[in-house]
Design a protein around this ligand. Sequence first.
Ligand code: FDP
Length: 345
Amino acid sequence: MFETYWLIRVFIIVARSIVQFEQTFMNFLLGHQEKYNRTYHFLILMDALMSAAKHIQYYYLTGALKGHLGFTDTVNVQGEKVMRMDEIAHEITVHYLRTTGRVIHVVSEESAEIIPINVDSGRYFVYFDPLDGSSNVSHGMPVGFLFGIAKRNLEGPEYYDLRAGKDYIAAGMFVIPTGTFTIGLKEAGTWRFHIDETMNYVRPIRVMLPENSGTWELSFNAAKRHTYSRKVQEWIGINEKKYAFRYLGALAADFHRILSNGGMFMYPAIVNHPNPRKNQPEGKLRLMYEASVVAFMCREAGGHAIDETGTPILDIQPTDHHQRSALYVGSRPLVEEMARILIHA
Ligand code: FDP
Protein backbone atom coordinates (compact mmCIF):
# COMPACT_ATOMS: atom_id res chain seq x y z
CA MET A 1 0.00 0.00 0.00
CA PHE A 2 2.75 2.39 1.05
CA GLU A 3 4.82 1.47 -2.03
CA THR A 4 1.87 1.95 -4.39
CA TYR A 5 1.26 5.42 -2.96
CA TRP A 6 4.84 6.45 -3.61
CA LEU A 7 4.88 4.89 -7.06
CA ILE A 8 1.84 6.97 -8.02
CA ARG A 9 3.41 10.13 -6.55
CA VAL A 10 6.62 9.58 -8.53
CA PHE A 11 4.60 8.88 -11.68
CA ILE A 12 2.68 12.16 -11.29
CA ILE A 13 5.88 14.15 -10.73
CA VAL A 14 7.54 12.59 -13.80
CA ALA A 15 4.42 13.13 -15.95
CA ARG A 16 4.24 16.79 -14.90
CA SER A 17 7.85 17.35 -15.82
CA ILE A 18 7.31 15.80 -19.27
CA VAL A 19 3.94 17.37 -20.17
CA GLN A 20 3.99 21.12 -19.73
CA PHE A 21 0.65 22.81 -20.09
CA GLU A 22 0.63 26.38 -21.30
CA GLN A 23 -2.30 28.79 -21.28
CA THR A 24 -3.81 29.01 -24.75
CA PHE A 25 -4.84 32.25 -26.42
CA MET A 26 -8.50 31.21 -26.34
CA ASN A 27 -8.34 30.54 -22.61
CA PHE A 28 -6.60 33.88 -22.09
CA LEU A 29 -9.27 35.64 -24.14
CA LEU A 30 -12.09 33.91 -22.27
CA GLY A 31 -10.65 35.27 -19.03
CA HIS A 32 -10.32 38.72 -20.61
CA GLN A 33 -13.94 38.79 -21.81
CA GLU A 34 -15.23 37.63 -18.43
CA LYS A 35 -13.06 40.09 -16.52
CA TYR A 36 -14.43 43.00 -18.55
CA ASN A 37 -17.99 41.63 -18.62
CA ARG A 38 -18.04 41.19 -22.38
CA THR A 39 -19.78 38.73 -24.68
CA TYR A 40 -18.37 35.59 -26.30
CA HIS A 41 -18.93 36.87 -29.84
CA PHE A 42 -15.39 38.18 -29.94
CA LEU A 43 -14.05 34.71 -29.12
CA ILE A 44 -15.81 33.31 -32.15
CA LEU A 45 -14.32 36.03 -34.33
CA MET A 46 -10.81 35.47 -32.98
CA ASP A 47 -11.12 31.71 -33.39
CA ALA A 48 -11.82 32.30 -37.08
CA LEU A 49 -8.83 34.62 -37.48
CA MET A 50 -6.58 32.07 -35.80
CA SER A 51 -7.87 29.27 -38.01
CA ALA A 52 -7.14 31.46 -41.02
CA ALA A 53 -3.62 32.23 -39.80
CA LYS A 54 -2.87 28.54 -39.22
CA HIS A 55 -4.24 27.65 -42.64
CA ILE A 56 -2.13 30.36 -44.30
CA GLN A 57 0.89 29.13 -42.36
CA TYR A 58 0.24 25.59 -43.64
CA TYR A 59 0.07 26.82 -47.25
CA TYR A 60 3.20 28.85 -46.76
CA LEU A 61 5.15 25.89 -45.37
CA THR A 62 3.97 23.47 -48.04
CA GLY A 63 3.83 26.04 -50.81
CA ALA A 64 7.21 25.30 -52.29
CA LEU A 65 6.17 21.67 -52.83
CA LYS A 66 2.75 22.48 -54.21
CA GLY A 67 3.77 25.43 -56.36
CA HIS A 68 1.76 27.99 -54.40
CA LEU A 69 4.50 30.52 -53.92
CA GLY A 70 4.15 32.11 -57.35
CA PHE A 71 4.16 35.87 -57.67
CA THR A 72 2.37 36.04 -60.96
CA ASP A 73 -0.53 34.19 -62.49
CA THR A 74 1.67 31.38 -63.73
CA VAL A 75 0.38 28.12 -65.20
CA ASN A 76 1.31 24.83 -63.55
CA VAL A 77 2.23 21.55 -65.26
CA GLN A 78 -1.43 20.57 -65.50
CA GLY A 79 -2.07 23.78 -67.40
CA GLU A 80 -4.04 25.27 -64.47
CA LYS A 81 -3.63 28.86 -63.36
CA VAL A 82 -1.58 28.95 -60.14
CA MET A 83 -3.06 31.23 -57.53
CA ARG A 84 -0.71 33.70 -55.94
CA MET A 85 0.00 33.15 -52.28
CA ASP A 86 -1.58 36.47 -51.31
CA GLU A 87 -4.79 35.56 -53.16
CA ILE A 88 -4.89 32.21 -51.37
CA ALA A 89 -4.39 33.94 -48.03
CA HIS A 90 -7.24 36.31 -48.85
CA GLU A 91 -9.61 33.46 -49.82
CA ILE A 92 -8.76 31.54 -46.65
CA THR A 93 -9.39 34.54 -44.42
CA VAL A 94 -12.70 35.49 -46.02
CA HIS A 95 -13.85 31.87 -45.75
CA TYR A 96 -13.23 31.63 -42.00
CA LEU A 97 -14.69 35.07 -41.29
CA ARG A 98 -17.81 34.14 -43.26
CA THR A 99 -18.35 31.07 -41.08
CA THR A 100 -18.63 33.14 -37.90
CA GLY A 101 -21.88 34.89 -38.80
CA ARG A 102 -20.52 37.80 -36.76
CA VAL A 103 -18.86 39.87 -39.48
CA ILE A 104 -20.66 42.77 -41.17
CA HIS A 105 -18.15 43.19 -43.96
CA VAL A 106 -14.44 42.98 -44.55
CA VAL A 107 -11.88 45.20 -46.20
CA SER A 108 -8.93 43.26 -47.60
CA GLU A 109 -5.77 44.50 -49.21
CA GLU A 110 -6.50 41.90 -51.90
CA SER A 111 -9.90 43.24 -52.90
CA ALA A 112 -10.58 46.69 -54.33
CA GLU A 113 -14.20 46.38 -53.20
CA ILE A 114 -15.56 45.93 -49.69
CA ILE A 115 -16.78 42.34 -49.22
CA PRO A 116 -20.21 42.24 -47.54
CA ILE A 117 -20.75 39.21 -45.30
CA ASN A 118 -23.57 39.61 -42.79
CA VAL A 119 -24.60 43.19 -43.34
CA ASP A 120 -27.84 43.10 -41.33
CA SER A 121 -26.91 41.26 -38.18
CA GLY A 122 -23.11 41.07 -38.16
CA ARG A 123 -21.30 42.65 -35.25
CA TYR A 124 -17.76 43.45 -36.42
CA PHE A 125 -15.90 45.16 -39.24
CA VAL A 126 -12.60 43.46 -40.05
CA TYR A 127 -9.84 45.24 -41.98
CA PHE A 128 -6.95 42.99 -42.98
CA ASP A 129 -3.89 42.38 -45.06
CA PRO A 130 -3.61 38.59 -45.28
CA LEU A 131 -0.06 38.51 -46.64
CA ASP A 132 2.02 41.55 -45.90
CA GLY A 133 5.61 41.73 -47.09
CA SER A 134 4.94 39.50 -50.05
CA SER A 135 8.38 40.01 -51.60
CA ASN A 136 9.65 37.75 -48.80
CA VAL A 137 7.52 34.80 -49.89
CA SER A 138 9.76 33.43 -52.62
CA HIS A 139 12.70 33.51 -50.20
CA GLY A 140 10.87 31.64 -47.45
CA MET A 141 11.33 34.69 -45.22
CA PRO A 142 8.70 36.01 -42.76
CA VAL A 143 5.49 37.63 -43.87
CA GLY A 144 2.66 39.10 -41.83
CA PHE A 145 -1.10 38.77 -41.51
CA LEU A 146 -2.35 42.05 -40.05
CA PHE A 147 -5.88 42.82 -38.92
CA GLY A 148 -7.88 45.56 -37.23
CA ILE A 149 -11.35 45.10 -35.75
CA ALA A 150 -14.10 47.64 -35.12
CA LYS A 151 -17.54 46.99 -33.69
CA ARG A 152 -20.95 47.95 -35.02
CA ASN A 153 -22.63 50.83 -33.26
CA LEU A 154 -24.99 48.76 -31.11
CA GLU A 155 -26.95 51.72 -29.79
CA GLY A 156 -28.39 52.82 -33.11
CA PRO A 157 -27.93 52.69 -36.86
CA GLU A 158 -24.43 52.24 -38.23
CA TYR A 159 -23.34 55.49 -39.79
CA TYR A 160 -19.88 54.69 -40.96
CA ASP A 161 -17.46 51.86 -41.36
CA LEU A 162 -14.42 53.98 -42.18
CA ARG A 163 -13.16 53.80 -38.63
CA ALA A 164 -10.12 55.65 -37.35
CA GLY A 165 -7.65 53.41 -35.48
CA LYS A 166 -8.68 54.92 -32.14
CA ASP A 167 -12.10 53.34 -32.68
CA TYR A 168 -10.74 49.81 -33.17
CA ILE A 169 -11.45 47.39 -30.37
CA ALA A 170 -8.45 45.22 -31.18
CA ALA A 171 -5.66 44.92 -33.71
CA GLY A 172 -3.09 42.23 -34.20
CA MET A 173 -0.62 40.42 -36.37
CA PHE A 174 0.57 36.91 -37.06
CA VAL A 175 4.14 36.50 -38.25
CA ILE A 176 4.24 33.56 -40.65
CA PRO A 177 5.88 31.04 -40.62
CA THR A 178 7.74 31.89 -37.42
CA GLY A 179 4.52 31.33 -35.46
CA THR A 180 4.18 34.39 -33.30
CA PHE A 181 0.91 36.20 -32.72
CA THR A 182 0.63 39.64 -31.15
CA ILE A 183 -2.61 41.39 -30.30
CA GLY A 184 -3.48 44.78 -28.83
CA LEU A 185 -6.74 44.82 -26.85
CA LYS A 186 -8.38 48.19 -26.26
CA GLU A 187 -7.16 49.59 -22.92
CA ALA A 188 -5.95 46.12 -21.92
CA GLY A 189 -2.43 45.94 -23.30
CA THR A 190 -0.52 44.24 -26.07
CA TRP A 191 0.06 40.51 -25.72
CA ARG A 192 2.28 38.05 -27.53
CA PHE A 193 1.74 34.33 -28.06
CA HIS A 194 3.82 31.58 -29.66
CA ILE A 195 2.56 28.63 -31.66
CA ASP A 196 3.24 25.26 -30.03
CA GLU A 197 3.66 21.77 -31.44
CA THR A 198 -0.11 21.26 -31.50
CA MET A 199 -0.58 24.48 -33.51
CA ASN A 200 -2.09 26.31 -30.55
CA TYR A 201 -1.07 29.88 -29.79
CA VAL A 202 0.06 29.73 -26.16
CA ARG A 203 1.89 31.46 -23.31
CA PRO A 204 0.60 35.06 -23.05
CA ILE A 205 3.36 37.59 -22.51
CA ARG A 206 2.52 41.24 -22.00
CA VAL A 207 4.63 43.39 -24.31
CA MET A 208 5.81 46.85 -23.26
CA LEU A 209 8.30 48.90 -25.24
CA PRO A 210 11.56 49.07 -23.27
CA GLU A 211 12.35 52.51 -21.88
CA ASN A 212 16.09 51.94 -21.87
CA SER A 213 17.39 53.08 -25.25
CA GLY A 214 20.26 50.58 -25.10
CA THR A 215 18.31 48.04 -27.17
CA TRP A 216 16.55 50.46 -29.53
CA GLU A 217 16.67 49.82 -33.26
CA LEU A 218 15.84 51.81 -36.37
CA SER A 219 14.03 50.08 -39.21
CA PHE A 220 13.48 51.62 -42.65
CA ASN A 221 14.35 50.94 -46.27
CA ALA A 222 17.85 52.43 -46.23
CA ALA A 223 18.14 52.33 -50.03
CA LYS A 224 15.31 54.86 -50.20
CA ARG A 225 16.63 57.33 -47.61
CA HIS A 226 17.62 59.87 -50.27
CA THR A 227 14.02 60.01 -51.45
CA TYR A 228 12.77 61.14 -48.02
CA SER A 229 12.21 64.81 -47.11
CA ARG A 230 15.34 66.77 -46.24
CA LYS A 231 14.32 67.01 -42.57
CA VAL A 232 13.92 63.25 -42.27
CA GLN A 233 17.23 62.65 -44.05
CA GLU A 234 18.94 65.04 -41.65
CA TRP A 235 17.43 63.30 -38.64
CA ILE A 236 18.64 59.93 -39.92
CA GLY A 237 22.14 61.34 -40.52
CA ILE A 238 22.35 62.63 -36.96
CA ASN A 239 20.75 59.67 -35.19
CA GLU A 240 21.52 56.49 -37.11
CA LYS A 241 24.80 55.78 -35.33
CA LYS A 242 23.08 55.74 -31.94
CA TYR A 243 20.99 52.67 -32.69
CA ALA A 244 21.17 49.25 -34.32
CA PHE A 245 19.59 48.95 -37.74
CA ARG A 246 17.30 46.12 -38.93
CA TYR A 247 15.05 45.84 -41.98
CA LEU A 248 13.34 42.68 -43.21
CA GLY A 249 10.91 44.31 -45.63
CA ALA A 250 7.78 42.91 -43.96
CA LEU A 251 6.04 45.39 -41.67
CA ALA A 252 4.81 42.75 -39.19
CA ALA A 253 8.24 41.19 -38.78
CA ASP A 254 10.05 44.53 -38.55
CA PHE A 255 7.51 45.91 -36.10
CA HIS A 256 7.70 42.71 -34.04
CA ARG A 257 11.36 43.50 -33.33
CA ILE A 258 10.58 47.14 -32.49
CA LEU A 259 7.93 46.03 -29.99
CA SER A 260 10.49 43.83 -28.24
CA ASN A 261 13.58 46.01 -28.47
CA GLY A 262 12.17 49.54 -28.82
CA GLY A 263 13.21 52.13 -31.38
CA MET A 264 11.32 53.23 -34.46
CA PHE A 265 10.03 51.73 -37.71
CA MET A 266 9.62 54.32 -40.45
CA TYR A 267 8.11 54.31 -43.87
CA PRO A 268 8.33 58.04 -44.67
CA ALA A 269 6.72 59.86 -47.58
CA ILE A 270 8.74 59.58 -50.79
CA VAL A 271 9.17 63.17 -51.98
CA ASN A 272 12.67 63.35 -53.51
CA HIS A 273 12.72 60.42 -55.91
CA PRO A 274 15.05 61.02 -58.89
CA ASN A 275 12.06 60.12 -61.03
CA PRO A 276 9.37 62.47 -59.66
CA ARG A 277 6.64 60.19 -61.01
CA LYS A 278 7.77 57.63 -58.43
CA ASN A 279 7.25 60.00 -55.52
CA GLN A 280 4.68 58.82 -52.97
CA PRO A 281 3.93 61.94 -50.92
CA GLU A 282 1.00 60.17 -49.27
CA GLY A 283 3.28 57.29 -48.17
CA LYS A 284 3.18 53.62 -49.16
CA LEU A 285 1.58 51.68 -46.35
CA ARG A 286 -2.20 51.31 -46.06
CA LEU A 287 -3.82 53.19 -43.22
CA MET A 288 -6.66 50.90 -42.17
CA TYR A 289 -5.00 47.48 -42.21
CA GLU A 290 -1.30 48.31 -41.82
CA ALA A 291 -0.47 51.65 -40.19
CA SER A 292 -3.47 51.76 -37.80
CA VAL A 293 -2.96 48.12 -36.82
CA VAL A 294 0.64 48.58 -35.69
CA ALA A 295 -0.18 52.00 -34.20
CA PHE A 296 -2.92 50.40 -32.07
CA MET A 297 -0.62 47.65 -30.77
CA CYS A 298 2.08 50.23 -30.19
CA ARG A 299 -0.20 52.48 -28.13
CA GLU A 300 -1.20 49.54 -25.94
CA ALA A 301 2.50 48.77 -25.47
CA GLY A 302 3.28 52.35 -24.37
CA GLY A 303 4.43 53.71 -27.74
CA HIS A 304 3.22 56.14 -30.36
CA ALA A 305 2.73 56.48 -34.13
CA ILE A 306 2.42 59.44 -36.51
CA ASP A 307 2.15 60.22 -40.20
CA GLU A 308 4.22 62.67 -42.29
CA THR A 309 2.41 65.70 -40.83
CA GLY A 310 3.05 64.57 -37.25
CA THR A 311 -0.63 63.62 -36.82
CA PRO A 312 -1.19 60.59 -34.59
CA ILE A 313 -2.03 57.66 -36.87
CA LEU A 314 -4.88 56.58 -34.60
CA ASP A 315 -6.57 59.99 -35.03
CA ILE A 316 -6.64 59.94 -38.82
CA GLN A 317 -10.17 59.64 -40.12
CA PRO A 318 -9.95 57.55 -43.30
CA THR A 319 -11.81 58.72 -46.38
CA ASP A 320 -11.03 55.60 -48.40
CA HIS A 321 -10.69 52.00 -47.29
CA HIS A 322 -7.40 51.59 -49.10
CA GLN A 323 -5.84 54.99 -48.41
CA ARG A 324 -2.12 55.18 -47.79
CA SER A 325 -0.13 56.86 -45.07
CA ALA A 326 3.45 57.55 -44.15
CA LEU A 327 4.33 55.87 -40.86
CA TYR A 328 6.67 56.47 -37.92
CA VAL A 329 5.93 54.01 -35.12
CA GLY A 330 7.70 52.87 -31.98
CA SER A 331 9.16 54.24 -28.75
CA ARG A 332 7.34 57.41 -27.72
CA PRO A 333 10.42 59.67 -27.22
CA LEU A 334 11.72 58.91 -30.72
CA VAL A 335 8.34 59.28 -32.43
CA GLU A 336 7.62 62.54 -30.57
CA GLU A 337 11.02 63.88 -31.56
CA MET A 338 10.20 63.05 -35.18
CA ALA A 339 6.77 64.69 -34.81
CA ARG A 340 8.41 67.95 -33.68
CA ILE A 341 10.68 67.87 -36.73
CA LEU A 342 7.86 67.09 -39.16
CA ILE A 343 5.48 69.68 -37.73
CA HIS A 344 8.12 72.41 -38.04
CA ALA A 345 9.38 71.25 -41.43
P1 FDP B 1 5.21 44.50 -49.51
O1 FDP B 1 5.08 45.68 -50.44
O2 FDP B 1 6.38 43.60 -49.85
O3 FDP B 1 3.90 43.73 -49.35
O4 FDP B 1 2.81 46.97 -47.26
C1 FDP B 1 3.66 46.54 -47.88
C2 FDP B 1 5.10 46.23 -47.47
O5 FDP B 1 5.54 45.04 -48.04
C3 FDP B 1 5.39 46.17 -45.95
O6 FDP B 1 5.13 44.97 -45.34
C4 FDP B 1 6.85 46.48 -45.90
O7 FDP B 1 7.25 47.03 -44.67
C5 FDP B 1 7.06 47.43 -47.03
O8 FDP B 1 5.93 47.28 -47.90
C6 FDP B 1 8.29 47.14 -47.83
O9 FDP B 1 8.43 48.09 -48.82
P2 FDP B 1 9.84 48.35 -49.54
O10 FDP B 1 10.08 47.18 -50.42
O11 FDP B 1 9.63 49.61 -50.30
O12 FDP B 1 10.87 48.49 -48.49
